[in-house]
Each structure stands twice: as C-alpha cells, then as structure tokens.
Design a binder for this molecule. Sequence first.
Ligand SMILES: CCC(=O)SCCNC(=O)CCNC(=O)[C@H](O)C(C)(C)COP(=O)(O)OP(=O)(O)OC[C@H]1O[C@@H](n2cnc3c(N)ncnc32)[C@H](O)[C@@H]1OP(=O)(O)O
Length: 639
Amino acid sequence: MLTRMYHDEFRRSIDQPEAFWAEQAKRIPWFTPPSTILEYDEANHARWFVDGELNICHAALDHHVEQGRGDQPAIYWDSPVTDSKRTLTYAEMRDQVAHFAGALRDLGVEKGDRVVIYMPMVPEALVAMYACARLGAIHSVVFGGFAPHELAVRIEDAEPKVVIAASCGVEGDRVLPYKPIIDAAIEQSSYKPEACVILQREQHTAELGTAIDHDWSALVERAAPAECVPVKGSDPLYILYTSGTTGKPKGVVRDTGGYAVALAYSMETIYDVAPGEVFFSASDVGWVVGHSYIVYAPLLRGATTVVYEGKPVKTPDAGAFWRLISEYKVASFFTAPTAFRAIKKEDPDAKLMAQYDISCLKALFLAGERLDPPTFHWLDDLLTVPVIDHWWQTETGWPIAANLHGLEPMPTKAGSATVPVPGFDVQILDREGEPSGAMEQGSVVIKQPLPPGCLAGVWRDPKRFHSAYMAAFPGYYLTGDGGYFDEDGYLFIMGRTDDVINIAGHRLSTGEMEEVVGAHPAVAECAVIGIHDALKGQLPVGLVIPKDGFEGDEVTLENELIGLVREKIGPIACFKQVLVVDRLPKTRSGKILRKLLRNIADGQEFGVPSTIDDPASLQDVHEAMKERAVGAAEEARQV
Ligand SMILES: CCC(=O)SCCNC(=O)CCNC(=O)[C@H](O)C(C)(C)COP(=O)(O)OP(=O)(O)OC[C@H]1O[C@@H](n2cnc3c(N)ncnc32)[C@H](O)[C@@H]1OP(=O)(O)O
C-alpha cells in the first residue's frame, strides 16, 4: 500500500540521514551553509547543522523582500472580537520587526537572552517573536489562557530579561486585562525581569505603574532598526513549555537551523503550500502549532499566514472558518478536531458553509488530538478536498506522521495519521522494549537520531530531558503515546500512556492539577482523571477525600477547588467537576487505580483487580459518579 515515491524518500531519510538533510538544507538562505550536517553531543543526542550560520528572521522576512516579495501580504489579521482587520506586507513586517528589535536592543536584549511573550492573537505577537529571533534572543511565548502562577513558573525557569505583553486579550465578548496577570506573575517569581513592554490596545489601556514598565509604541518611536544577528544552526530559537506528568512544565528547547529546514521541508511535502499561497492555521501563538505553522513556516515558504483572533463558533457564528477560507483564498487550512466538533454541534448540516465559496481550498489538516472517526467522516462527506489527520507534538515541532499531500497523497483511513514522515523512524515497542508486530499496540517511539527541528533539550535540565524522553528505551525517543501500525504500515495513535490529558487540543497534566487540589488545607487525598468528552476530547474530574474531622460543606469545598485550579493553572484547564468521596480504590501498595476510575467514568466494563486493597471502594466511587452524572458512569458495568 505504501507508495513508491514516499517509500524511496522515507528510506533515504533513514538510511542516509546526512545526505538527505544536507539536500533539504538548501531550502534555507544561510549566511554560511553548514559543513557539518549531523553530529552527536556527549549524551549522544543528534545536533543538526551546528556550524551553519543563519537568522530565521532574515530567512522568513528580509530574504523574501530581497527576492521581490516586499509588496506581498505576509499577514492577514482578522479579529471579529475587536471588529478589526489588517494586512501587513513582507516589507512592512520586516520594517516593524527591525524597529521593535531595535527597541529590545535599547532595553539591553542581546543574543542568548530570554524574552517571555504573553500576547493574544495580534500581529504584534509575531513582530515580537521575530524581533527576538532577529537579535538572536530566545523567546518563550506563554499562552494567554494560563494564570499568573503558570506564567510565574515559566518566568522563574526561563529568567527573561524582558517580558512583552499586550494590555488585554479578548475572549468572545470579554475583555481580559493582562497587566494584572503580568504584575502578579512577576510578584510571585523570585527572578525579576529588567523590563516589561506593554502593547496598548484600544479595548483596554493598562496602567504602566511599575519602574520596569515601558510602552511599546514609545519605545519603537525612539528606536533605530536592528539588523539580523547571525546565529549558529544549533543556537536556540525558543523555549516552549509543555505539560509533563509533574507540576513543573518542561521547557522544550528548539534550535534554529534544524527547525528552519524541517519547517521549509514540511510546507512543501506535507502541506503542499507554494510561495504566494495562503496558509491558515487556526491555533494560537502560545502553542507549538502557532509557533511552527502560524509564525515561522508560512513565511519561510514565502506564503501568507492568517492570524485569527476569534473562535470557530460564536464569533459570530459557526461559519467563521468558511468565511476566512473564502475571504483570504486559503489554500491549506489546519486546525484541531475539537474546533470542528464545536462547529458540527452548532451547524450539523453545515448550512453556513454553503454561503461561502471555498473552492480555493486544496486540503484540510487536523492535529492536536486524535481525529475521531465521526468527525473525520462528517468532514470527509462535507468537503471535496482531502481531510488529512496528522500527528505530532510540542517536542517534535513538526509532523511525525502524516499523509504527505505535497509528495504523494495516499488513501486515508479513519483514525490513522497515515505514515511516518521522512526523518522519523517510528517504531512500536512492547513493555520489554521488543518491537511489536502489525496490529499490536505498544509504546510509540522514534529511533535516534531524531530528525532536524525536534527538541534540542529541556531548558537547563538535561536530567529531565533524559528521564522524560530517552531513558525508557535506550536509543529511542519516547513519545508518551500508545499506538500501532496496521498491515499496510499506517500508524494509529490511540492516546497518552501517562497522566497527560488533551482538553480541546491543549495538553495538560492531571498530575499538576492534583498538586493544586492536594494543596487545599481540607484535602487529605485526591486523584484527577481525564474522562472522555464528546466536544473537548477529554475533561478533568477530581475525586477528593477530605481530611479527618472535615466539617465544612462539600459543595463549598468543591467550588473552592474548582476556583483554585482556575486561579493557579487557568481557565484552559476546564476543571469544573469535583466529587467528595470517602475512599479511593487503591492497590495494596497504595497506588490509586486511576485507569480503573477512568474506565468507570467512560462507561466501560470493569473488573475488580486482584491487587485491590478494598474492593468495596470501587462500588462507592461508581455510585458517587453515577449520582453526579460523571461522564458515562451510568453505563459502566462491573464484570
Ligand atoms: C500538534 C501539536 C499540538 O498539539 S499544539 C496544540 C494544538 N491545539 C490547538 O491549537 C488548540 C485548539 N483548541 C482551540 O483553539 C480552542 O480550544 C477552541 C476549539 C477554539 C475552543 O475554544 P474555547 O471555547 O475558548 O474553549 P477552551 O477549552 O479553549 O477554553 C476554556 C476556557 O479557557 C478560556 N480561554 C481560552 N483561551 C484563552 C485565552 N487565550 N486567554 C484567556 N482565556 C482563554 C476560555 O474562554 C474558556 O473559559 P471559560 O471556562 O469559558 O470561562
């Protein structure tokens, strides 16, 4: 079933990685092309293009202006929530970035310094990211839905010289002031940045009260444009934090050269986008999809990127995506399945789609969570273009498995991300580390070396890099997902094998939520599990045992815990259900049987494990879940 062209390209990438990637590196305008393509560090991790010199801002902006794309739109900004639209050409974008980079330089930002960016979906978020890259500074973008505590944790870890933010975000009809969040985060962090730059938006003016505050426009007015600083291929471009199994997020470090090459390769072979075409990725700059496929890849390719400050539904309706595709002549569109589940719920017959001419669209790409077959079929029946599920992670920075639309499209199979992308030697291993056969589920791993563009490490934590990713199966990168290959070599990803859950395409840690819930003075013990949700994919549910002598009101306690998670992690955690219980099912060694709890909440059949300490605890929890209508607990049956 695997096509010849794909098969040959894939084999070359695995058998001769240096020759393969040396060829792909020619896609990038280097200042000094790399002579060393691949080398290994002392821990035996791959490093790509270490001695090449480039600047990704030059490759994505200045280079295209020099090549005659100055008047072509680089960004279409569309913001129904502020009733605004703006187009920035490549030349305008380059100039704005150069001036803002000059402003950052005036604040003392140099190559290697970190800059935290906390911005909504406005063009200035991209300007800020590119300005950092222009100076060789390392940006760390934090998603706007995270609370001050989460921002503080990232500031503490990244130690940024400067924090850049907007005065507010706009969520539907709510204006959310950002400055109080920034101030609280800096207050909570023991590390203090030297400066805080605020972009004032019309919807809300932030008070610039503290000594470190600066107004974006005033800084830019005084600044001279900065030139691109050459960096090495292996120099870090950014740190992007992602949830792990513990409270502390992992700072995924991305290099510059490998990332630029991988993104350029993917735009052609996976997304099939030509220079001058329009690419729309409906995500947020705070996630990896935003970094790779809103900010960097489309502009590296000389395409136009759509920056959308709105939702798939209610801004103003479930026709928003169709309108954007039609209005901006989008050739290739990328979003998370949850967005289409929301659209399908509001407009099941896609009547709103009929109002727009979307004949410009060549393909629809979905990732961020498993594309459930009902959503796939709904879209596949609706559209005349390929509906392409693909799979990747914050760590890899670009797709691990896809249907390579620009190389040689293959027939799709519902539930499968199709085949490994060239460069990714994906394998399935059993518990003992032995390869699994076709149709046998196991741990999805990637044999070293990881291709260019993948994580270069965990920020200042090589031990965690090793323990989280490299230790489980020596010689392989552990993805944390389970899955299998079918007889045709199609990859099926079945979900996480750890305590990470996926809520509306956002990766969050139940372990982190447990830490927050467990810190409440009335809580003796707790478990947070991810249960199936038809709209968001998964939702967290907390099960809590109060301390002995607790005499408070259970509903009050539940509300306090919900509030605490919202305050510490943010609304994005969607933590809205807590059950106070007397006991939790555990093994005799004291381990909470979380998988069993998940199975009950998801309405599956469950047995009583022989290792359980107190079998009656299962019955209790099941009754409590049924009473509170948790998930599909009503349908669960003990066998
Ligand atoms: C392949 C590699 C990857 O996986 S990268 C990650 C890819 N994932 C994505 O792109 C995410 C896709 N999901 C989405 O875009 C949204 O969840 C969609 C589907 C649009 C739904 O949005 P929404 O209705 O807001 O629900 P939600 O679950 O996202 O939000 C829950 C609560 O959080 C809030 N929130 C959301 N974003 C922000 C923000 N930027 N700033 C402040 N708050 C935010 C929402 O308003 C919501 O709050 P509330 O609970 O209703 O009060």
